[in-house]
Write a new protein. Structure first.
Length: 376
């Protein structure tokens, strides 16, 4: 077969339609074509291969979002500074506006004194600060930073004499601490935090749930007892708080506790009946232990402002307050009032609290407090 005929074959070896068959010589009998095998007669058309469907587009896989690291817990000074931010920012703004390109004269000193009084630092402290500022600087220009430095130094001077840690003496066992204050100041929470710290120091603690007016206070102290291992003495709501204090002191003696912490009902300092009841608690304790309580701690809410001065005055007179704890220095506080209280009463300040955590109650440090309130 020639190359031409070879090229005339179709895809499957058959002739294509329209091609002519080659002539056969006459002397050669033409045999009828053998019947083609069935499979050859049947022109099978293979189905065209179905092109594979393109794979569905793969969605771009974004890398997992980076989970931000939890912020490192602020140190104590940073938390204290944040707690005093309201007072500090107001003072800083006032100082900047008063002393920008102005000489230190009578008007600027009066403006500064007014600002310090508005910040609850008290009249006495405000006068001390303006007097210290005017020495050697009167009628001269003074930078706001220099004013803040003098402010910090004078605040520290007022607070240093009252900054005393709470000391648990070995001469009394148990050492009885009565915790007092008005409603909502954080007495019960403060007792729980103190119990945790004492136990961490290796002391044994008994807690008296003496706020018998509030079921929540009783339950809260029971939870603190479970957390810390302190024994909690509690009665039903409405029980006599003086009797409970007496029983708690007896029990603390029996179990050889180093410390007995006694909660009391929150009471307004101007409610005679409630203050009389507090005095009854004191009398009952002294029947069992004449030297008890060994500390009477007044818990103050830092957001209270000027009313805290009246609280200190009344509780000092009626309950013999020996020390202060200030709570809720959480950014909304009017922390300057602690300076006014210290200047007026000179009562030891044992601790301050900046939050709900057990570690948010720390011994009071005059220098840290002064820097936090005066230096922005």
């Amino acid at each position: 077969m020639s190359d031409k005929s070879e090229k005339s074959r179709g895809l499957f070896g058959f002739f294509r339609r329209g091609d002519r068959a080659p002539e056969v010589p006459p002397e050669v009998p033409v045999e009828p074509p053998a019947e083609a095998p069935a499979e050859r007669l049947e022109q099978r058309v293979e189905p065209a291969p179905v092109p594979a469907s393109p794979p569905p587009p793969v969605a771009a896989v974004e890398p997992p979002a980076q989970v931000p690291e939890p912020p490192a817990k602020l140190g104590w000074f940073q938390r204290l500074k944040a707690g005093l931010a309201k007072t500090s920012a107001r003072l800083s703004d006032d100082i900047s506006s008063i002393f920008t390109k102005r000489k230190l004269d009578a008007d600027t000193l009066q403006d500064l004194e007014d600002s310090l009084i508005r910040a609850d630092l008290g009249v006495e402290t405000a006068m001390r600060i303006t007097e210290a500022l005017s020495k050697g600087r009167f009628n001269k220009e003074i930078a706001p930073d220099e004013v803040r430095a003098v402010l910090a130094a004078e605040v520290e001077r007022v607070l240093t004499p009252v900054a005393h840690p709470l000391v648990i003496g070995a001469q009394h066992r148990p050492h009885v601490i009565l915790v007092v204050g008005v409603n909502g100041t954080g007495k019960t929470t403060t007792i729980g935090k103190m119990a945790k710290k004492f136990i961490a120091e290796g002391r044994t603690v008994t807690i008296a749930a003496g706020d018998t007016f509030r079921a929540a206070a009783i339950d809260q102290l029971k939870v603190w007892g479970e957390r810390t291992g302190a024994e909690v003495i509690a009665r039903s709501v409405g029980a006599d708080s003086a009797g409970l204090a007496y029983d708690a002191l007896q029990r603390a003696r029996e179990n050889n506790s180093d410390v007995l912490l006694i909660d009391t009902a929150g009471r307004l300092q101007n409610k005679q009946a409630l203050m009389d009841e507090l005095e009854k608690v004191l009398r009952v304790l002294r029947k069992l232990e004449p030297s008890a309580p060994h500390n009477v701690l007044l818990v103050l809410d830092a957001t209270t402002g000027q009313n805290a001065l009246n609280q200190v005055e009344v509780f000092k007179e009626r309950a013999g307050v020996t020390g202060l704890v200030m709570t809720k220095l959480d950014g909304t506080a009017r922390g300057g009032i602690l300076v006014a209280i210290s200047a007026k009463f000179g009562i030891p300040v044992h601790a301050i609290g900046v939050g709900e955590g057990a570690d948010d109650l720390q011994p009071f440090d005059a220098g840290e407090f002064a820097r936090a309130i005066a230096l922005s």
